[in-house]
Write a protein that binds this ligand. Sequence first.
Ligand code: SF4
Length: 151
Amino acid sequence: MKKSKKPPPPIIVSACLIGLKTRYDGSHSLDKKLVKFLKDKPFIPLCPEQLGGLPTPRPKSEIVKGNGVDVIAGRSRVRDEYGRDVTTAFIRGAQEVLRIAKYCGAREAVLKEKSPSCGVRFIKRNGRTLKGAGVTTATLKKAGIKVKGAG
Ligand code: SF4
């Protein structure tokens, strides 16, 4: 009998990048180039902020100082535009993404740049783009998962 080839592990992808309306304002961030790249690959679209229990639409949030690495180390917080502390939801969402990634054997993720959850090289604060990772990126990287930015 012919041995069946093991399928490659799935890639974790920010849900908004493939056109799902998961963004804080109920819109998406469709990245057509990424969709083309994923066409013949297994992938899992996830939104950490939804997985953390936040609604859609939801108020915009920002990491108050530093970046996601500081949030998961307990040195910083995430607040929404009304000043409410949403750190617990952001950390819970990141942990859920990590749990799914481990369950599926994913070793790679493509996440949406500039988001306080998904940002890879950049996040935004007070309307400015700053270097730094979001909470989910920091969580996945700490667990050894390779994360690339898109969008
Ligand atoms: S950037 Fe991340 S948290 Fe924000 S909508 Fe997209 S998947 Fe959800």
